[in-house]
Design a binder for this molecule. Sequence first.
Ligand code: FSX
Ligand code: SF4
Ligand code: F3S
Length: 385
Amino acid sequence: MKENSLFNRLSKRLESLEKLPKIDETKSIPKVLEEKGFSRRDFMKWATAVTAMLALPANFTPLVAKAAEISDRLPIIWLHMAECTGCSESLLRTDAPTIDSLIFDYISLEYHETLMASAGWQAEENLEHAIEKHKGNYILMVEGGIPSGDTDFYLTIGGHGKTGEQNAKDACESAKAIFAIGTCSSFGGVQAANPNPTGAVALSKVTNRTVINVPGCPPSEKNIVGTLLHFILYGTLPALDPYNRPKWAYGLRIHDLCERRGHFDAGEFVEEFGDEGAKKGYCLYKVGCKGPYTFNNCSKNKFNQHTSWPIQAGHGCIGCSEPDFWDTMGPFEEPVADRLYNSVFGGLGADATADKIGVGLLAVTGIGIAAHAAISKFKHPKDEE
Ligand code: FSX
Ligand code: SF4
Ligand code: F3S
């Protein structure tokens, strides 16, 4: 019954979005995909995988497919702040484009500094026009940390002498929904690492609006596109964790979804890179893996067209989707003793049970993971909508 009413609600929303004008009447997303050699079958297979990723029942697949097909109806403004552009690269620079990257290439990206042809004054004007034209209707995606306060001038953009902080504030004001793409925009990232000379902060620190964080340095293309499709489908905020990360993507720890987890539980560890254990694919905890403290779905989504992910490639997770990971997760190739991990399950649940097994064995092998649920010390997401 509950599932039926959700199905009906999402169908109704998609029907109303479908009535909005397309960017180009002569083209459509199915047509673009077909031109690039993707069959309807490939597309439906992709939609099935996205439906599972968004934790929706399999019979919602046609709705997810429809959401992707009409994703060109929503204007998107993408701002770059202080960062390396890895988030955009993660999504767009694949040698053989994926369905995710093609959709993103085609949707109505009204403003994206890396992709658009214009530069300088013209680009600045484009941003103002895009904000004005789509007031209250555009989705704002921001990549990068934001130099703020007395040191905001470190990110001064173009001839108007406007700072990145001011640009981000202005763009947030009339956005329909706001996504911080990447760890820099979500939490400050590398430029906010100690001593943070530019006073870089997260996007959520320069606006009172609710910001949905999609961290990872960079985040996977699937998490970026999934966040967009979720919004198209629901039109509301997804369930969020205490760091405003969508739970469908960041609800479980790397450690919970890790293909080497059996070796952790069995006490089989890589002692140094290149040793016998490394060749056998043993657990990377002793060479610094921060998977037990990191929430993300990398083992499911992987990177580079689903080829691999850090742990499969033989290096531990460095915690790149967690706040302040540059300062708190180092040294990257050594374990951090007694580190608390944050449990989104709010205490002793499946999470703690899984860890107790590991902790028991780790005590024998002489290492410790402190398994305390520290959730209560984090404030809950701002809830304005
Ligand atoms: Fe780079 Fe994006 Fe890291 Fe940051 O990704 S991959 S430094 S999260 O803002 O460009
Ligand atoms: Fe996987 Fe790292 Fe956990 Fe080992 S410590 S099981 S490598 S996430
Ligand atoms: Fe980042 Fe760890 Fe995934 S380093 S990419 S969260 S495996």
